[in-house]
Ligand binder design. Structure first.
Ligand code: HEC
Length: 127
């Protein structure tokens, strides 16, 4: 019983230490992208858009919009809006930060499951 409790305590301590020392993802982001995440949150883009499939469904998923459509397209879209998306009139700096955030999100992986191939062992790969 004591050995079992000891194992639990050791496991808990090791696990906590590992979690504590894992790199903070926000610290790994460029400061510009961190500022861009604030714009993303303040303007509530997630009410209509998803990142990795999570968010509102009025507009498309934006995880890979940066590599798909490019920074100029994103900036033009956000500034001008469309009939279904409001125009945001951001400052140049906000726009730059927002684009940098979407660039980092894009670099983190691919979200569209239609473009994934499911392997026999359950892992997925991009087609
Ligand atoms: C009220 C809902 C709404 C909000 C809020 C919103 N969008 Fe949109 N967005 C849309 C819709 C709907 C579309 C598709 C519009 C179209 O194709 O005409 C869209 C399209 C886009 C596109 C083009 C995507 C593509 O693949 O062509 C980008 C980029 C985009 N939005 C960025 C943003 C950003 C960044 C924010 C926050 C600053 C934001 N949107 C906030 C509704 C919204």
């Amino acid at each position: 019983m004591k050995i079992f409790a000891g194992c639990l305590i050791v496991s808990f301590s090791v696990y906590s230490a590992v979690i504590y020392w894992l790199p903070n993802t926000e610290a790994a982001m460029l400061p510009k992208a961190v500022a861009g995440k604030m714009v993303w949150q303040q303007k509530n883009c997630v009410a209509c858009h998803q990142i990795y499939g999570l968010g509102g469904f009025l507009g498309p998923d934006l995880t890979n919009v940066y590599s798909g459509k490019g920074p100029d397209y994103i900036k033009a879209f956000v500034q001008a809006g469309t009939i279904t998306m409001p125009a945001f009139n951001l400052t140049d700096e906000e726009l730059e930060n927002l684009t940098s955030f979407l660039q980092q999100v894009d670099a983190s992986g691919y979200s569209d499951p239609r473009k994934h191939k499911i392997n026999f062992d359950g892992t997925i790969e991009r087609k």
